[in-house]
Design a protein around this ligand. Structure first.
Ligand code: OXD
Ligand code: MN
Length: 593
């Protein structure tokens, strides 16, 4: 398949280490993927769903101890601890290589070694990059074939270049005690052992497209971010592109595939999806920031996805999709998850594959009682998405007008505000916080600082990452995208969400675009520019202007506490914290006094 000596040499080393029974190159052909699907069904790894209702779709269950990303077992292995920084687990590369090779040694015995050449981004795009993942899991192969562009074409594009990322995945015994997700940025190398859950083993996604790529972007002058990309089309047919960073399971997929309220649809507004999770952004020939989605599919959270919350995502899952850890309806061999509809199957297996009684569901104990795991997923081809942007496959990417940060904050951050300038926007991103979700193992609902939603994904020292953001702003100058912050999650005293969210977020996006075009005024507050309430269009919405005012409010006493927490958060970075950000914090402290 290739004569690339760097590839062949590594594969020889891997064969000697892993001792597979056989080796299979993934060429990207339908025949080969069909053969693997059939084999996955034979071994029980994949369950074929109802061909009439869900053509080409499969269900897979991971081990119950292996259902989410494991941040405490994720390492950045750089020569010094300082390079990995205070927010990453670190280990000396030589020590970690030795430990991982010892775990993986001989573990492919009796198994097949699948070699997956893949491209992150349209093949041949000037922003795309290539990786090779080896794995002993058919589930991984089939998911990678949805999430990335795989096969011979990738190797042809690689030629004899040395610019590619090695990825070794070995299931071993799926032993949580010996589970490691490790990154060696200086060596372009990823090793993942003892897991079979998507975020830990689809190495193109979080491991390459964020952790390794963020390091590459720093070294090469571009950005790899945990951001969706959408195009907002106005009634004149003009499309403006926006990239938005929210922490895991905070609605990136929903925003990326939003359907505007009817009165806006009738006027001709529409959202086009470019990406729902990751953006690679480079300065283009005209000096603007251009973004591609390096992925080729969606690895979305299933629970809560329904016709109303995300029609387009649901449509995307209706053919050639893989479902992981959802419930199986035994009556018609289809899938179900909490929030799909109000009609849980009476005759079903839960995400563990056990007989499931929906009447025992207890919201306080979802993992034990739900049909689908709270972090159950669908893997769906991007081409299935009814609102996929016509620019999706364009290698040069789309020009970004606005960058949006956001998170789940019950109080504090207003519905939307604009940063005073790029540096202030970097400050807002660096101080981002959100209540944790089920996407990562650990407690849910705890507020944690998650700068640019990259806390679990930045492959180097976050102090240097902030500096890189500031430098990108200097390079972009007046062509830099405008930076905003949104919070869909403000709650009332009873804990109910005040803003309706979902399609109604379009009202906020329109204000953001108006600001980019200089069409809307705003009030300057200590934290940035907040909309005049009358500039957020409430047509057809059952919300009073006073309620809207309440979620646009900037409460100085809350922000004093917030500033103190940011101060605490910043201490971690020591000398690596850029002076400009410290200055921003000092300004905030002075202004909210
Ligand atoms: C994801 C995540 O799967 O952020 O996208 O966890
Ligand atoms: Mn994500």
């Amino acid at each position: 398949m290739t004569n690339n000596v760097t590839v062949l040499k590594w594969l020889e080393e891997m064969k000697a280490l892993l001792t597979p029974n056989q080796v299979m190159w993934i060429d990207g052909s339908q025949e080969q993927l069909d053969q693997l699907r059939a084999e996955g069904v034979k071994t029980g790894e994949m369950h074929k769903l109802n061909e009439e209702k869900l053509p080409g779709c499969y269900l897979h269950r991971t081990a119950p101890n292996d259902v989410a990303r494991v941040e405490d077992r994720t390492f950045i292995c750089t020569p010094t601890k300082e390079e990995a920084g205070p927010t990453n687990n670190w280990c000396d590369p030589q020590e970690m290589y030795e430990r991982l090779y010892n775990i993986a040694r001989g573990s492919y015995k009796g198994r097949t070694m699948y070699i997956i050449p893949y491209s992150m981004g349209p093949i041949g795009s000037p922003i795309a990059k290539i990786g090779i993942e080896i794995t002993d899991s058919i589930y991984v192969v089939l998911n990678m074939a949805i999430m990335t562009r795989v096969g011979q074409k990738v190797l042809d594009t690689l030629g004899d270049s040395t610019d590619w990322v090695k990825g070794l995945h070995a299931k071993v015994n799926v032993d949580p005690e010996n589970r490691y997700i490790c990154h060696f940025p200086q060596d372009n190398y990823i090793i993942s052992v003892n897991s079979a859950y998507g975020g830990n083993v689809l190495l193109g996604k979080k491991c390459f497209a964020l952790r390794i790529a963020s390091y590459q972007g720093w070294k090469e002058g571009w950005m790899a971010e945990h951001m969706l990309i959408l195009g907002l089309q106005n009634p004149k047919g003009e499309i403006k592109y926006v990239a938005a960073a929210f922490p895991s399971a905070c609605g990136k997929t929903n925003l990326a595939m939003l359907i505007p309220p009817k009165y806006l649809r009738d006027k001709g507004y529409k959202i086009w999806t470019v990406g729902d999770d990751i953006a690679w952004m480079k300065i283009g020939p005209d000096g603007r920031l251009y973004a591609i989605n390096p992925e080729n599919g969606f690895f979305g959270v299933a629970p809560g996805t329904n016709e109303k919350s995300n029609f387009n995502a649901l449509e995307s899952t209706k053919k050639n999709a893989i479902f992981t850890n959802v419930a199986l309806n035994l009556d018609d061999n289809t899938v179900w998850w909490e929030g799909l509809n109000d009609n849980p199957p009476k005759n079903a297996l839960n995400w563990r594959g056990e007989k499931w009684d929906y009447t025992k569901y207890d919201k306080a104990n979802k993992v034990q009682t739900a049909g689908a795991h709270p972090n159950s997923r669908f893997t769906a081809p991007a081409q299935n998405c009814p609102c996929l942007s016509s620019e999706f496959d364009k290698g040069e990417g789309v020009p970004i007008s606005a960058i949006i940060f956001g998170g789940r904050r019950a109080k504090c951050a207003p519905l939307v505000y604009q940063s005073k300038d790029w540096v202030n926007g970097v400050f807002i991103g660096s101080a981002m916080a959100s209540e944790t979700t089920a996407a990562a193992a650990g407690a849910v609902g705890v507020v944690r600082r998650d700068p640019m939603a990259m806390l679990p994904f930045c492959g180097y020292n976050m102090g240097d990452y902030f500096k890189h953001w500031l430098e990108m702003g200097e390079k972009l100058g007046d062509k830099a995208p405008k930076i905003f912050n949104v919070n869909w999650f403000r709650t009332d005293d009873d804990g109910n969400f005040i803003w309706p969210g979902y399609g109604d977020n379009m009202r906020v996006l329109n204000w953001i675009i108006d600001r980019c075009e200089g069409k809307a005024d705003a009030t300057l507050t200590p934290i940035g520019y907040v909309p005049h309430p009358e500039d957020i269009d409430l047509t057809d919405l059952d919300m009073s202007i006073d309620t809207l005012k309440s979620i646009l409010e900037v409460d100085k006493s809350i922000w004093q506490k917030e500033a103190a927490e940011i101060e605490e958060h910043y201490k971690k970075f020591g000398d690596k914290l850029p002076a400009q950000l410290r200055e921003q914090l000092n300004n905030l402290i002075a202004e909210v006094k």
